[in-house]
Write a protein that binds this ligand. Structure first.
Ligand code: AOF
Ligand code: ZN
Length: 362
């Protein structure tokens, strides 16, 4: 199962909206096949682990093998496993996809295959959090990220925000950009820094770029903005009232324009998250600015928080990393669960889970 989990980890984020799954076939005490899910629409992990044509054995798989359902694009794995004469299947997690959810295991058992569920469940669930949340709630998994001083400031009063944290912290952020489905920023950030918002792990442009999403209720983004360029695609979320000429100019520059309703101070984020789900987005890396992160926290949309903290203090003149989040009393502050702390060069990375959603298996 550890090898199956490693295979799954190796394709994390590259299979959306399908889950990243790993499978290992063992015969006579030897590994005779290993597979991970191919990019969306391609073969599943089990099909790849069985591709060698071996018969019999035990198959270890990080997610329940799929069962048939209308519209499915590949052969149901439960059927392929039965056809291959596999004797035993060890499954980490039951599939959260409502059209599968236990039916894969049922099919296998009906055909006389021995099935064991739960080995490696906690690790598989941690690895598949974006997929599990999206299938259970219909909304993507949101990771809020900020790089701030110890007192939570992301920019000086003048707006200058370069080089708060160091190289190692930036590299970690690029590794994250390289696996998520979307990066989300507010138009303020897009205007202040004119960032490219591409994933460049190890300094090299990643082959697969996340969808760039800009929240721009007021229609401020320039059609010349760098983030509208290649590689990758950009979606601009705005309001119905935004200027039609501006929307046309953005579309001309290659952006997808999505209109959401206004909701008090900003755009209706739940609507935007729903629209992103429809586009197959399982995971979102929200990079700020403060207003966007505050609204995401206030709406209860954030599942995980990553704070990169530099050993410096800017004081109250600086811009806060997280804007108003609806926290009135200290006791209501949003606390991180299952925290980890790492030292990255001179900086700290503190991360943990937030929000109401958790996988059923922990
Ligand atoms: C597995 N192994 O590696 C994955 C599974 O349209 P299809 O045929 O690609 O089926 C998509 C569904 O299959 C997806 O919603 C999820 O329930 C399951 N994913 N199942 O047995 C895999 N990726
Ligand atoms: Zn399958």
């Amino acid at each position: 199962m550890q090898r199956a989990l490693a295979a799954s980890r190796g394709v994390r984020g590259r299979t959306s909206p399908n889950p990243w799954v790993g499978a290992v076939l063992v015969r006579g005490g030897r590994v005779v096949g290993t597979g991970a899910t191919a990019p969306d629409g391609g073969p599943h992990a089990e099909a790849r682990a069985l591709a060698g044509g071996q018969r019999g054995g035990t198959l270890y798989v990080t997610l329940e093998p799929c069962a048939p359902f209308p519209g499915k694009r590949t052969q149901p794995c439960a059927e392929a496993i039965i056809e291959a004469g596999v004797e035993r299947v060890v499954v980490a997690l039951i599939d959260a996809e409502p059209r599968v959810q236990g039916r894969g295991v049922e099919l296998l058992r009906e055909a006389g295959v021995e099935v064991e569920v739960g080995d490696g469940a906690a690790e598989a669930a941690a690895l598949l959090r974006p997929y599990l949340k999206q299938r259970e709630t219909g909304r993507p998994y949101v990771i809020a990220k900020f790089a701030a001083t110890l007192d939570g400031r992301i920019a000086a009063a003048g707006g200058d925000s370069q080089w708060i944290t160091g190289e190692a912290a930036r590299e970690r952020a690029h590794e994250q950009r390289a696996w998520v489905d979307a990066i989300l920023v507010g138009s303020g950030t897009a205007l202040a820094d004119d960032p490219a918002l591409t994933a460049r792990p190890g300094g090299a442009m990643a082959g697969r770029q996340p969808l760039r999403v800009v929240l721009d209720g007021r229609g401020r983004l320039s059609p010349e903005a760098r983030l509208l360029g290649k590689p990758g695609r950009t979606l601009v979320a705005t309001s119905h009232e935004a200027d039609a000429g501006w929307k046309a100019a953005l579309a001309e520059a290659g952006a997808q324009v999505v209109e959401c309703e206004h909701d008090g101070a900003g755009l209706n984020l739940d609507q935007l998250l729903g629209a992103l789900t429809e586009r197959g987005v399982l995971s979102i890396w929200a990079e700020g600015g403060g207003a966007v992160l505050g609204s995401l926290f206030e709406g209860g949309h954030v599942d995980e928080a990553w704070a990169f903290l530099a050993p410096s203090v800017m004081g109250g003149d600086g811009v806060a990393a997280v804007g108003p989040a609806g926290v009135a009393r200290a006791a209501d502050a949003i606390r991180l669960r299952e925290r980890t702390v790492e030292l990255l060069g001179e900086d700290l990375l503190v991360r943990g889970y937030t929000g109401d959603w958790s996988p059923r298996v922990q």
